[in-house]
Design a protein around this ligand. Structure first.
Ligand SMILES: Cc1cc2nc3c(=O)[nH]c(=O)nc-3n(C[C@H](O)[C@H](O)[C@H](O)COP(=O)(O)O)c2cc1C
Length: 140
């Protein structure tokens, strides 16, 4: 059984907590999952998978984290066509613009964006968001 990778960046732990809930959801559907911090992610993890989850908070000015996450995502973006992709991330004060832009990139790449939108939450995830994230993982 192939493992579904949950690749994420998290500076202060909020998106990491979201990633753990996605992993739990994947496992609840009987599949194997692993959490991959962005520094450990490889392009093969994406190219060899049919389904994958990505998590990244809003950073900079409504963009993906720019030193590690965005360069990695850009490097694999062209390989997402036909794959199931789940997106999630935490934000602090914006209105979710970074996620809308990210969703557009995933759709433009020809991927099947799970639920047709990412799951976002203000700061740390609470029970309702954790439940949504588990469903997101289960849908992968
Ligand atoms: C350098 C930096 C830039 C940020 N830029 C934004 C932003 O543009 N919009 C926003 O809503 N939140 C922004 N935030 C807030 C983070 O998205 C928020 O604190 C989030 O919970 C961090 O998730 P993490 O704990 O997974 O790192 C920024 C935080 C930092 C440290």
């Amino acid at each position: 059984m192939s493992t579904i990778h949950v690749i994420y960046y998290s500076g202060t732990g909020n998106t990491e907590a979201m990633a753990e809930a996605v992993k739990k959801g994947i496992e609840s559907s009987g599949k194997a999952a692993d959490l991959v911090s962005i520094g450990d992610a490889t392009e093969d993890m994406v190219t060899e998978s049919d389904a994958i989850a990505f998590g990244c908070p809003a950073m900079g000015a409504e963009v993906l984290e720019e030193s590690e996450f965005d360069p990695f995502f850009t490097s694999i973006e062209g390989a997402l066509a036909g794959k199931k992709v789940a997106l999630f991330g935490s934000y602090g004060w914006g209105n979710g613009e970074w996620m809308r832009d990210w969703e557009d990139r995933v759709r433009a790449a020809g991927a099947d964006l799970v639920n047709d939108e990412g799951v976002i939450c203000l700061d740390a995830p609470e029970e309702d968001t954790l439940a949504k994230l588990e469903k997101l993982g289960a849908a992968l």
